[in-house]
Design a protein. Structure first.
Length: 163
């Protein structure tokens, strides 16, 4: 079983779509662990605020199949295939980590955003503080502690989801 970490984000009916994504992830993957949910301003475009979180899960699927499953989940909840990267979205699921895999194919792992987006690093540090980034060889808590928090504004928000 591989341990995976998934970034979830939405700025169109975000609470609705995060809950829908969690329900789907719980169906397809095992042993979900959820970070807090954080609200942040849109990055890379003008838009409404996002809700973001990180989820850890277990899977026997290979990386390419995990990514394909995420795309299916996104599309089943209104994400338009081939839509502009920096634009509002119902749901964005990104594979951040697949065990300690370092790769460029079928996707880049670990995902680069871990190191420069607060809305990814803070929730990742929350649920896996002592886990070490396989490239920079620092724990996610150390990376978050040293992150320049003036770069992006985000804050925890109330959120509840039940299976």
């Amino acid at each position: 079983m591989a341990k995976i970490f998934i970034s979830l984000g939405s700025n169109i009916e975000p609470e609705r779509y995060l809950k829908a994504a969690l329900t789907d992830l719980d169906y397809y993957f095992e042993t979900l662990e959820l970070s807090s949910v954080f609200e942040s301003e849109a990055v890379g475009f003008e838009g409404t605020n996002f809700l973001n979180m990180v989820v850890a899960a277990q899977t026997e699927l290979p990386i390419a199949d995990v990514v394909n499953r995420f795309k299916q989940i996104e599309q089943s909840h209104g994400r338009v295939k081939g839509a502009k990267k920096f634009a509002p979205r119902t749901l964005d699921l990104d594979l951040l980590l697949y065990d300690d895999t370092v790769s460029t194919q079928p996707i880049e792992l670990p995902r680069a955003e871990i190191l420069y987006n607060a809305f990814v690093l803070w929730p990742l540090a929350e649920i896996a503080p002592s886990l070490t980034h396989p490239v920079v060889k620092q724990s996610y808590q150390t990376l978050w502690d040293s992150y320049d928090k003036s770069q992006q504004s985000l804050w925890p928000v109330e959120f509840s989801w039940s299976k």
